[in-house]
Design a protein around this ligand. Structure first.
Ligand code: AHR
Length: 309
């Protein structure tokens, strides 16, 4: 997709700046902060009038924000849904008001796909598979050894939590070396990741060989819990996580995290371009997938200077 560049994006019919109402999930992680910065910066560069609303992790706040954007008659509504389900009614209201809706980052579970124009973001199932594949290869280095896994899931009911779990299971299920001991939500936050890891350690102690965290923030919280329990993160417990934020690269350089699967939050330029295209009546693909990589600890120091978030 071509980026909007520095020229202002104007509403095709009225030569007025494009107005986008954006409802953000919250500020739960390093990833989310970078995503918000990307969207605000891209809006500024494209000359878009951005109405930004922080939902503080609550779906009802997002529904309220979307209704307020409809009342204000913005040109485009965009949002990153906290959870997948429960969007039909409010999206039907946006459709009735003839306001196009763009999803960023996370998917919704609606039967009528015409309720939104496009979804811009990562393939979360593939991210889960990538995490699982790394672990399968790691297990091969210790043939015959059974690795007990604990999993920190993201926000219950959110697309990344559902899909990252599914992708990981798809690749690891049936592997005699990999055994899931416990799985619980850590809500995508450091504090909750630490708290749940403490509980895992209390229950299973040194029997835990692997932590699979659905995001880097929970992994970083868990690292603290592991150290406080007198164990070595990255060695006594192998840690696989997702996002690729700078904090994860720092942890890898300290030998405390083994691999991070990239999930790019830099969706702002693509959102501005898609919004301008939709308003101009140009065709926009139903799905715009972000290109991403996998970064094991061995490449962390070399890659760190290139990281943008
Ligand atoms: O939806 C993307 C996920 O949400 C990121 O992996 C996580 O860090 C964020 O909170």
């Amino acid at each position: 997709i071509v980026l909007a560049g520095t020229s202002a994006a104007f509403h095709a019919s009225a030569a007025k700046p494009l107005v986008i109402g954006f409802s953000q999930v919250g500020a739960e992680s390093e990833w989310r902060t970078a995503n918000t910065v990307s969207i605000k910066d891209a809006a500024k560069k494209a000359g878009v009038n951005l109405k930004f609303a922080d939902a503080q992790q609550r779906q009802e706040n997002q529904v309220k924000a979307i209704r307020s954007f409809i009342a204000q008659r913005v040109d485009v509504i965009a949002f990153s849904p906290v959870v997948e389900s429960g969007w039909d009614t409010v999206l039907r209201e946006a459709k009735a008001a003839k306001i196009p809706v763009i999803l960023t980052d996370r998917d919704v579970n609606v039967t009528d796909k015409s309720l939104y124009v496009t979804l811009i973001g990562s393939d979360f199932v593939e991210e889960g598979r990538r995490a699982g594949r790394w672990l399968v290869e790691h297990a091969k280095k210790n043939p015959g050894k059974v690795l007990n896994i604990v999993e920190l899931q993201g926000t219950v009911g959110s697309a990344p939590a559902i899909d990252r779990k599914a992708g990981f299971e798809e690749v690891t299920k049936g592997n005699a070396q990999l055994k899931m001991l416990r799985t619980q939500t850590g809500e995508f936050t450091r504090a909750k990741g630490k708290e749940v890891m403490e509980a895992f350690l209390k229950a299973h102690g040194k029997n835990i060989n692997v932590l699979y965290a659905h995001n880097d923030d929970m992994a970083i919280g868990a690292i603290q819990a592991i150290e406080e329990a007198g164990l070595k993160p990255g060695k006594d417990i192998v840690i696989v996580s997702i996002d690729g934020v700078k904090g994860a690269f720092e942890a890898m350089m300290q030998g405390k995290l083994n691999v991070t699967v990239e999930c790019s939050p830099l969706l702002g330029p693509q959102l501005m371009q898609a919004a301008a295209d939709v308003v101009a009546g140009k065709p926009v693909p139903k799905r715009i997938v972000t290109q991403e990589g996998v970064f094991p600890a061995e490449v962390a120091a070399k890659e760190f200077p290139n990281r943008k978030y």
